[in-house]
Write a protein that binds this ligand. Structure first.
Ligand SMILES: [Mn+2]
Length: 379
């Protein structure tokens, strides 16, 4: 039996300011393309089942484009009679039941099995004379609920295969935490149970915990910290007492977190040269990258020719400069040129407005700018 395991597609995610010719956020569009590539692969590989281990959408209320893309791609599987089973992840799970769940739109689509009712559900399939049970737990409202549901699962020994699908981080392994307030913790002893395969979602890096327990990872890079990870999905071959799996990589837009330039013993000219060299080496066209300046004194930072850098990077999809500034009184300041640019623009705009509440709006606006723009920092 052939199964594809995909995860964390986060449809509706957007980032940075670059927009496409049709006025869509470039990163939002990139992410739709990555999802489409995965479905293209699925159609080509003709698996018996496709599993999605959560965070199909980036938010509880995805925008209309994200919904349209999801339906369009999932219908391709449906029309090819490939069962698609998906559990809800923490990103798309509303905190209140009354909100209603976006996965409701997948009800009544043939061959699509959305699991989002806050509790354990079990699905049986018979495929080419082999039987399989999929034990699925979606995002629950509390950590206790999650454990209670885990305890309800019994492996069905009458079936050829039993698969478990979950969305959460593995207990005791700090690396798998995404540091989100509602993430669920999977007890590690649970992963030793005799499932033929455990399909995990939530952690964005493809990770083989054991031969039969894997994170598929996300299908797109969602932060600089993921820039070194390959993105794709898992192809599984299940045979009696034998599982074979391979990771299938998809091509995404290039994202680079460049090696930091240690500035403490360099003068302004040398720093500018190092920056220029880094930019030339990567060829910025259509790429996303971050330049990092470490230990740069305030006085030198002020002299950086940001206009020149902007010009060298004009074909990039996005670039930013993160500077760890060292001031005289040893105070550490982290500057981000991107935040600076928007903040300056906003301050200039506000100062030219004739409004009574100018000062208040200026302060509020700056707070929002910092909050939004630092969202993708340091991840
Ligand atoms: Mn998640």
């Amino acid at each position: 039996m052939k199964i594809l395991h995909i995860s964390d597609t986060h449809l509706g995610y957007s980032a940075y300011r670059k927009i496409t010719d049709d006025n869509i956020n470039q990163r939002e569009k990139d992410n739709y393309n990555s999802f489409q590539k995965v479905i293209d692969n699925a159609i080509k590989l003709k698996p018996d089942i496709v599993l999605h281990s959560g965070d199909l959408f980036d938010s509880v209320r995805p925008n209309n484009r994200a919904i349209t893309v999801s339906i369009k791609q999932i219908l391709r599987l449906s029309k090819n009679k490939i069962p698609f089973l998906i559990i809800s992840g923490n990103h798309e799970q509303p905190k209140l039941k009354e909100t209603g769940h976006i996965f409701n739109i997948f009800e009544h689509i043939e061959n699509v099995y959305p699991v989002y009712n806050l509790k354990y559900e079990k699905y049986d399939f018979n495929i080419k004379n082999e039987s399989i049970t999929i034990h699925a737990i979606p995002q629950t409202l509390s950590k206790e609920d999650f454990i209670n549901n885990l305890n309800k699962i019994n492996i069905d020994k009458s079936k050829d295969f039993n698969i478990l699908i979950l969305h959460g981080s593995v207990k005791g392994i700090k690396e798998f935490k995404m540091n989100e307030f509602n993430e669920l913790i999977i007890p590690d002893d649970y992963l030793k149970k005799k499932f033929d395969y455990i399909a995990l979602g939530h952690y964005h890096k493809y990770t083989k915990i054991s031969s039969n327990c894997q994170y598929a990872g996300s299908t797109e890079h969602f932060s600089f910290s993921e820039s070194k990870n390959e993105k794709g999905f898992i192809e599984l071959h299940l045979e009696k007492n034998n599982i074979n799996s391979k990771f299938i990589k998809i091509e995404n837009r290039v994202i680079l977190d460049l090696e930091p330039i240690i500035c403490s013993n360099l003068n302004l000219d040398q720093i500018m040269k190092s920056i220029e060299l880094q930019i030339r080496e990567i060829d910025p066209k259509n790429k996303i990258f971050r330049i990092k300046l470490e230990k740069i004194p305030t006085t030198i930072y002020r002299g950086i020719d940001f206009e020149k850098i902007k010009n060298l990077c004009k074909d990039a999809t996005h670039y930013e400069i993160k500077a760890n500034i060292e001031s005289k009184n040893d105070e550490k300041i982290i500057k981000n040129s991107k935040i600076d640019a928007l903040a300056k623009e906003y301050t200039y705009f506000m100062n030219n407005q004739n409004l009574k509440e100018k000062q208040l709006l200026l302060e509020l606006g700056m707070k929002y700018i910092e909050r939004i723009e630092s969202k993708n920092e340091d991840k």
